[in-house]
Each structure stands twice: as C-alpha cells, then as structure tokens.
Design a protein around this ligand. Structure first.
Ligand code: NAD
Length: 338
C-alpha cells in the first residue's frame, strides 16, 4: 500500500487478549493502527502505530480515539470468565453500556466508514442451553431473548444499537458473536481468566509442584466449544471485508465437557491429574456454535484444532507459571536471608 492509501483502523480494547492479537494481524495486513485501552498489553508490547491509554466510558475519550479512523473494531469491555461475569452484573452492565454507547456515537460523529462490534455467545437464551448435549445455536436463536447474565443483555442491546445506527445513520456495521476464544497472551490468573486458561494454569502448577489434584467448578459435565485466537482474528477480518450486517457466530462447533478439556490439557502437559469438583459458577449447561451461516457468509470456518490450539496455549501458560513460581521462590529465599 502507498502512504496515501493506507487505511486507518482503531482497535478498542487493544491492551486485552483479542485486541492485542487483532492489532498485530492488522499491521501484518498493512493498516495504520491506533490501539486504545485502559492499559497497555501485559504480556507483549503492542504493534500499534499509536496507543492511547484512555477510559472509553467517557464520550471525550471516544471522540479522541475514533478521530480520523476508517475502520473501528470495538472490542473494549469490562469482562472475564464465569467467576467474574456471574458476580459483577451492575458493574459490567454500567461500564460496557457506557463504552459502547459512546464508541458508536463517536464513530458516527467522526465519519468512520465501518464499525465491527464484538458480541458474544452469552446473548443466547438460557432456555436453549439447559442440556450438556445441547443443539448448536443458530444466530436466530437469540430471540425471544433471555440471556443468563447482565453481560449478555448488554451485548444484545449493543447489537440492537449497531442495527439502528446502520438503519438511521447509514453507519456500516458488523456484529460478531464469539464462542470462547482462547490462546496465548491472554489473562491466565487473577480472577478474570476463562476456563481454558484457568485449566492450563492449574495443570501447569500441578506439573511443576507435583500436586496433581486440580479443582473444577461444578460437576465438570457442562459443555462448550473453544476457538483458537488465530482463527478468531482471521474471522473478524473476513467479516469486516464482507457486506454482512446481521449478527454472525464465530467459533468452533466441537462440543467438549470441562472435565474432558481438563484431561486434554493434562495430556498436553504429559501428566495425569485427579479432578476435585467444588462449588463454583458453571454458566449454562451446554453451548455450541452452529456455523452454517458463518460458512455461507464467509466461505470459511475456523480450522485450528482444539489439540493444536491448546498445545500452543498450554506451552505459553506453563512458562508464565514457571516464571511466577521461580520469582516466588527467589522472594522466599531473600526473605530467609534477611
Ligand atoms: P479482554 O478483557 O482481554 O480485553 C478487553 C479490554 O477492554 C481489556 O484490555 C480492558 O482493559 C479493556 N477495557 C475495559 N474497560 C475499558 C474502558 N473503560 N476503557 C478502555 N478500555 C477498557 O477481553 P477479550 O477476551 O480480548 O475480549 C474482547 C472482546 O470480545 C470483548 O468485547 C468481549 O466481551 C468479547 N468476547 C470475548 C470472548 C472470549 O472468549 N475472549 C467471548 C465472547 C465475547
């Protein structure tokens, strides 16, 4: 691309897991990229041309972030795994509604050409997800609406916001519903981590400490599908290039229980584990992605196998755990010598 024709993209939530990877992929595709987030990426420096540290709950910050941008990828959200989502309804609804109301309005005011909103499989109604052996969810299943958590309700409202901004103002919007994205350089501890990262951490800790019993929330028979980050950023990009405006699933359609996911990770680690089931938020009983529309619209679907994605993710998390344990031991030894 010549300097004149370089397209400018904004990634909100660029300090987070998917946003960080999306910035890298857009740079590889020749874009000029601005990232914005409350924080810079924690595990690897950003590839963005410009990075604003800002709170997108304010309209001024959103206007500053979207100024001069052709494409807006709206990923910023106050979110985490089930432990966070099930216990922070008001904070999540309040913060994410503010972020999204201001981001889309600022994109319109600043004349952005396209906006992609990252919604979630959490929009789907609880009554369609009561069995572990669940029927895969089609996009139309979102209505009549009954998401389980405030997180999903807010996602649904912002989907409506995108549809109305398109109808009323001609803003060229896209809406993607992710199904459990995982990979390296994502949150793996601290309370906001999701199931694949939490299991990788627990199993890496088991391997490195020799205590092979790991805790699982609930009976572990709840099921999900999991999609690797490289497929996620590829799908986001393909959707942005498409002319498709309605919500679209982006995920894998291989269903697996949390117990079996734990055994799979243990195989990657080369150890045997004993699962101990404890009380904890489990979310819906089963959830899977129906990819019929995805294949039809994008002529593509995620191709990285769960085994391959977990192998890469586990290796990265094992290294994080190893470094953390070493730092703790060093601090302990220093404490002794005082
Ligand atoms: P993440 O938590 O790693 O990234 C979100 C980022 O948004 C964080 O870095 C956070 O600091 C930032 N943020 C939060 N509040 C902000 C604010 N007020 N101003 C500016 N930045 C703020 O999450 P992720 O996994 O990268 O998810 C990205 C998007 O995809 C989110 O909208 C999320 O809801 C959606 N999503 C993710 C998944 C998944 O499996 N990871 C599934 C469904 C939907």
């Amino acid at each position: 691309m010549s300097t004149q024709t370089v397209r400018k993209a904004l990634v909100t939530g660029a300090g987070g897991f998917i946003g960080h990877h999306l910035v890298t992929s857009l740079k590889e595709r020749g874009y000029w990229v601005r990232g914005v987030d409350l924080k810079r990426p924690e595990y690897k420096s950003t590839d963005a041309d410009e990075f604003l540290v800002a709170d997108l709950r304010s309209s001024e910050a959103c206007l500053q972030a979207t100024a001069g941008m052709d494409d807006v990828y709206a990923l910023a959200a106050d979110m985490g795994g089930m432990g966070f989502i099930a216990n922070n309804h008001s904070v999540i609804l309040h913060n994410n509604a503010l972020i999204n109301l201001h981001t889309i309005e600022a994109a319109r005011v600043n004349g952005a050409k396209r906006l992609l909103y990252t919604s979630s499989a959490c929009v789907y109604p609880e009554y369609k997800q009561t069995e572990a052996n669940v029927a895969a969810l089609k996009e139309d299943d979102a209505y009549p609406a009954m998401p389980q958590d405030a997180y999903g309700w807010e996602k649904l409202i912002t989907e409506r916001l995108c549809l109305h901004y398109r109808q009323d103002y001609g803003l060229d919007t896209r809406i993607v519903r992710f199904h459990n994205i995982f990979g390296p350089h994502g949150t793996w501890d601290g309370g906001r981590e999701k199931a694949p990262a939490a299991l990788c951490r627990k199993i890496a800790t088991a391997k490195l400490t020799g205590d092979h019993e790991i805790e699982i929330w609930g009976d572990g028979l709840q099921t999900r599908s999991f999609c690797f980050i490289d497929d996620c950023v590829e799908g986001i990009y393909r959707l942005m290039q498409s002319g498709f405006h309605d919500p679209l699933n982006l995920g894998q359609d291989r269903l697996i229980s949390i117990n079996d996911l734990a055994y799979l990770v243990a195989r990657m680690a080369g150890i045997e584990v004993q699962l101990r089931h404890i009380d904890g938020p489990m979310g819906v009983r089963g959830r899977n992605s129906d990819n019929t529309l995805l294949r039809q619209v994008l002529g593509w679907e995620p191709g990285v196998t769960l085994e391959e994605g977990l192998r890469i993710t586990y290796a990265w998390i094992e290294e994080q755990v190893r470094q953390t344990l070493a730092a703790t031991q060093t601090a302990g030894a220093a404490g002794h010598s005082l």
